[in-house]
Design a protein around this ligand. Structure first.
Ligand SMILES: [Zn+2]
Ligand SMILES: [Zn+2]
Length: 346
């Protein structure tokens, strides 16, 4: 098969022919239709993920058709159109049995613990636990984005922070996952405020229904907090930090009303310092979100099927596998100007 491979962290990835994967006993091999270009692929290529063995094929947000099944798979057949959460659970441990496969200690992650979906074929483990059937009518790009960005944002907002209709939601960082959170907030009836330093990111936020946008370039923390307070006189109940920077995490927490809930989605390359006194005095809560188990996807799929949530509207570029190495390098260089990109493999 053809795949995007890198031999060293930060070394130029290339498209080359490699051996086809074979399904594990309880796993499948999927022929990839479309895969998302996600910021965590860039973190992986930069060497921030110590679970990656070299050489490596990135890619963890995908949709495709089953190409081969392992002998122990019961619920799926060759030809089925499926997606998968980027955290694939074992289905047997205490966390999985409690419905929390997204924190399974035995988890596998395509594109991290083994080769991923920037490839014609990808192996996925524990298929009966993790695969999610995808309707034929659903846009391939929209389906791919459900594997990581939309699942992480949905779980964070709905299952972790309990966002309710009519609440004010602040999104700090309007890149791919930030805009996914903003779009879910709009679909759920929240009043969404977006903050970014990039005018094009804010224009995208407006186009998906974000009612207040704040360009924070050149503003200090107090000035941004003042602008947020003007946009949300009744206070911000839920905030999302989608960049993974100490300064924006602090801003996102300080903007919250008493009893506010923060969803932390941005990934950090080093450990940040938190404004803990404020968390204590205002009884703020801080929620991590690490994807969503396959068993919880029906609510998200229903929202997509109803037309209230259209992940495909975030996609600005659809590229081929040959263009993926350069796009990954650009993403890792911090280029945030290009919006969401998906790779159409088939
Ligand atoms: Zn498990
Ligand atoms: Zn991702």
């Amino acid at each position: 098969m053809r795949a995007v491979v890198y031999d060293q962290f930060t070394a130029e990835p290339e498209v080359r022919d490699v051996a086809d994967p074979v399904p594990s006993d309880a796993g499948v091999v999927v022929r990839v239709e479309t895969t998302g270009l996600c910021r965590s692929d860039a973190h992986g290529w930069l060497g921030h993920d110590d679970g990656i063995a070299l050489p490596h094929v990135p890619g963890h947000e995908l949709v495709g058709r089953i190409h081969a099944v392992g002998p122990a798979v019961e619920r799926f057949r060759v030809g089925d159109r499926v997606t998968v959460p980027f955290v694939c659970a074992c289905g047997r441990c205490a966390q999985c049995l409690a419905g929390n496969g997204q924190v399974c200690p035995n988890q596998t992650q395509p594109g991290f613990t083994h080769w991923g979906s920037y490839a014609e074929l990808v192996a996925l483990h524990d298929a009966d636990v993790n695969l999610i059937p995808v309707p034929e009518s659903l846009d391939a790009g929209a389906a791919a984005l459900l594997g990581c960005r939309f699942a992480t944002a949905f779980r964070g907002l709905v299952h972790r922070a309990g966002l309710r209709s009519g609440e004010r939601l602040l999104v700090v960082g309007c890149g791919g996952v930030g805009l996914s959170a903003a779009m879910i907030g709009v679909a759920l009836g929240a009043e969404v405020i977006g903050v970014d330093i990039d005018a094009s990111a804010l224009a995208r936020a407006t186009s998906i229904g974000v009612t207040h946008t704040i360009d924070s370039s050149g503003l200090d923390e107090d000035a941004v907090l003042t602008r947020i307070a003007e946009a949300a006189p009744a206070g911000v109940q839920v905030s999302v930090e989608a960049l993974g920077r100490e300064s924006t995490m602090r801003l996102s927490l300080l903007a919250l009303a008493p009893m506010g809930r923060q969803v932390q989605i941005g990934l950090f390359s080093s450990e940040p310092t938190l404004p803990l006194p404020r968390i204590i005095s205002q009884e703020l809560s801080l929620h991590g979100s690490h994807g969503m188990p396959a068993s919880d996807y029906s609510e998200l799929l229903d929202l997509v099927a109803s037309g209230a949530l259209r992940p495909q509207d975030l996609i600005e570029h659809r590229i081929g596998l040959d263009e993926a190495p350069a796009a990954l390098v650009a993403l890792a260089s911090g280029d945030r100007s290009t919006g969401v990109t998906v790779i159409d493999v088939a």
